[in-house]
Write a protein of this length. Structure first.
Lengths: 178, 108
């Protein structure tokens, strides 16, 4: 399986699960056929541009038809709020020596989000990635952004912290149910 | 009957001359209408057409022109044939009206 096929398979996760249960396999097959007919990198780029447009439009339509749009919008809204909170925190705290506050916030935030929507634990584990992002967004000549190595290290660290929070919530919810 | 959406009409038209699998429908749509249809739009449309009884699923089989993968084939139901004929007639009437107003060249 090529990288494009893997990526397409991941992106199919935006469709409602009832839709995917019936059409995941033929959709992947059709995408594979399209890829096979693409000669060269430019053609593949064009295919991806069209595929992303197609996925965005058809997934939204599928959610409307399947009645799963409110849950999707709810998740998106919660995530946007969480991102805004993290961005704000990153803006306020990132360049202080109070790293424990940031870690605590990511841990608590990803845990709460994981409790609210445990199925999206993978998404909530990315919750803290806004912290290294902030470092670059608000970089100034007086306060330059970290280098690539530092950013990667920080990203890995916040990803780890977020994963601990969200997946522990996921496991707790599962244990509570069983 | 309400007009069909372009995607629905494209798919029904692609199936008008026989059974096709998903990728063959996408290719046919691209040739006949010049529109690129992605797998998301195609299978979303097929799902609605199956639910409405306009399209039926045929047996899975290989396409010798492509590869050894087994594929789901789709065909028009009787209701689907009537729907595509009705829509084509509606579009033909619109074309006639457009020609009568000199918006289009008349065919020789």
């Amino acid at each position: 399986m090529t990288l494009s096929e893997r990526l397409y398979g991941l992106l199919l996760g935006v469709f409602p699960s009832s839709f995917l249960a019936a059409y995941r396999e033929p959709m992947q097959q059709a995408f594979r056929d399209q890829l096979r007919e693409c000669a060269g990198g430019l053609a593949r780029l064009g295919l991806w541009a069209h595929t992303l447009r197609d996925l965005a439009g058809s997934a939204a339509a599928a959610h409307v038809r399947e009645g799963t749009l409110p849950a999707l919008v709810g998740s998106g809204f919660v995530y946007l709020l969480a991102m805004a909170g993290t961005l704000l925190l990153g803006r306020l705290e990132l360049h202080t020596d109070d790293d424990g506050v940031v870690v605590g916030f990511i841990l608590a935030g990803s845990f709460v989000l994981g409790c609210l929507r445990p199925r999206r634990a993978w998404l909530w584990s990315c919750f803290g990635l806004c912290v290294p992002l902030v470092d670059h967004v608000w970089a100034t000549p007086q306060r330059p952004a970290m280098g690539a190595g530092g950013t990667a290290l920080l990203a890995a660290f916040v990803l780890f912290v977020g994963s601990v929070g969200s997946w522990s919530a996921f496991l707790l919810r599962r244990m509570a149910r069983s | 009957m309400t007009p069909l959406t372009p995607a629905v009409f494209d798919v029904l038209l692609a199936l008008a001359d026989g059974e096709r699998h998903g990728y063959a429908i996408m290719r046919e749509v691209s040739v006949s209408s010049g529109r690129l249809m992605g797998p998301g739009t195609l299978y979303g449309t097929l799902k609605r057409l199956l639910e409405a009884g306009l399209v039926e699923e045929a047996a899975k089989r290989e396409d010798p022109e492509l590869n050894a993968e087994r594929r789901r084939y789709y065909r028009l139901s009787e209701q689907g044939k009537l729907a595509v004929i009705e829509e084509a007639s509606r579009l033909e009437a619109l074309l006639r009206a457009a020609r009568s107003k000199a918006l289009l060249r008349t065919e020789a």
